[in-house]
Every structure is written in structure tokens, then in C-alpha cells.
Design a protein around this ligand. Structure first.
Ligand code: SAH
Length: 220
């Protein structure tokens, strides 16, 4: 008994709260949250807080997003099995693991600029049984052309604007889900690629992500 059973019960309660508050609406998103142990993606000293709906520090001034924020993004992304997804800002690997549950691990590539976090995320993903997810080190403000086109580009760090490489690496009906706006606070945008290659941009929830740092984003 003990910790493992407690975590499972806490996970179920967290998911029930996210469903009750309607952050989670799609049963497939619910099942993904139920399947991924968030305690494997936080620092050991924060394990007790793993199922609170709050962002948690993961070192280097970065954070794992609050579950409700991730739920909003996953609902907006409308991922189907087999969709090819680029996540920008791997952090702990938790968001990537939820995406992997929805589309299949081999369809997910996640890019992180801090090598030590990428290394940590890989080991977290392996512990969660999702080592099929590809984690690469690099500047996601330029996308990741090597594995394009993507049906969805999901960004978990705040960018001043949508850099052109993200649009150019989308499949014909691909989507970008990203926090866009000033460093101090952003709006979650959902941008869909139109037939002429331009983007149809819709603005959603206000949010506050750590900054995306890179050639086409903020400077360090
Ligand atoms: N999705 C993560 C949390 C992301 S925090 C999770 O589930 O835990 C944002 C992450 O974006 C940080 O790890 C930060 O280092 C990374 N980041 C910032 N700028 C980046 C860039 N240009 N390319 C890739 N990663 C970046």
C-alpha cells in the first residue's frame, strides 16, 4: 500500500475536479490525465503537491504548468490518434506525456533549450513508460524542421508573437496552440492553417507562462 495507492487516489480526485470545473470535457483527455503519474514529473520534495492544481518549480527558474492550464491546451488542440505533434518547452516532460497518450508516443517530438532539463525529462518519460517520445535540445522558436510537418505545434512557454517557422512546419490543416503576448502575461491562441497557407487566429484564455527564449522569441 502506501505512496503508490495514495498517488492513484489523488490522481483520480484531481481529474474529477478538472471534469467538474469543465477544464476537461473530452473523455480521451480525461483518460490521458488518469494514465500519467504526475508525481514522476516533479521534484521528489514536491511529490506531495503533485496533484494540486498549481504550477511547480522544476529548477532553472522553470515550472511544470498547472494541470488545469494543460487541460485547456489539450482540449483546444483536439488531438486524434496518429496526429504528429511538436511540443516546444519540454520542461519536466509531463505535457509531452499527456500528448503521447493521445496521439501515440512515436508521434511526439518535444524540444527543450536547457540540456539538463531535456535529460531529466527523458528519464521521467522513461519512468512513466513513454520512452517512445523524442526529446531534442534546441531553440524551439525556430520549430523543428527535421520532423515536420506537424498536425499540431503546442507551445508551453510565452512568445511575443507567432514565429513564421511554426506556421511553415504545419501540415495543411495543422494548428498552433501557444501563449502569445508580453513577458508579463499572455493569451492562449489557437491558430489554424488555411488553404492559402496563412493562419486563422483565435484568442482564448489569459495565461502566464515562463518566457520562450530564442532567436525568434525573447532574449535571455
Ligand atoms: N511543458 C513543460 C513545462 C514547460 S516550462 C512541462 O510539462 O513540464 C517552459 C520550458 O520551455 C522550460 O523548460 C524552458 O527551458 C523551455 N524553453 C524556453 N525557451 C525555449 C526555446 N526557445 N526552445 C525550447 N524550449 C524553451
Amino acid at each position: 500500500m502506501g505512496q503508490k495507492a495514495d498517488f492513484a487516489a489523488e490522481r483520480l480526485r484531481m481529474v474529477e475536479r478538472l471534469v467538474a470545473s469543465r477544464y476537461i470535457q473530452d473523455p480521451r483527455v480525461r483518460d490521458a490525465f488518469l494514465a500519467v503519474p504526475r508525481e514522476a514529473f516533479v521534484r521528489p520534495e514536491d511529490a506531495d503537491a503533485a496533484y494540486e492544481d498549481v504550477p511547480l518549480p522544476i529548477g532553472r527558474g522553470q515550472t511544470i504548468s498547472a494541470p488545469s492550464m494543460i487541460a485547456i491546451m489539450l482540449e483546444e488542440a483536439r488531438l486524434a490518434p496518429g496526429d504528429r505533434v511538436l511540443e516546444i518547452g519540454t520542461g519536466s516532460g509531463y505535457h509531452a506525456s499527456l500528448v503521447a497518450r493521445l496521439v501515440g508516443p512515436q508521434n511526439v517530438v518535444s524540444i527543450e533549450r536547457i540540456p539538463r532539463l531535456a535529460e531529466w525529462a527523458r528519464s521521467n518519460l522513461a519512468r512513466a513508460g513513454l520512452s517512445g517520445v523524442t526529446v531534442v535540445v534546441g531553440d524551439g522558436s525556430l520549430g523543428y524542421p527535421e520532423r515536420s510537418p506537424y498536425d499540431c505545434v503546442m507551445v508551453t512557454a510565452g512568445a511575443p508573437e507567432i514565429p513564421d517557422p511554426w506556421r511553415l512546419q504545419l501540415s495543411p490543416r495543422g494548428r498552433i496552440v501557444a501563449p502569445i503576448g508580453p513577458r508579463s502575461g499572455q493569451v492562449l491562441i489557437v491558430a489554424t492553417r488555411k488553404a492559402d497557407g496563412s493562419l486563422d487566429v483565435r484568442e482564448g484564455t489569459p495565461c502566464a507562462f515562463v518566457p520562450l527564449i530564442g532567436a525568434r522569441a525573447w532574449s535571455a
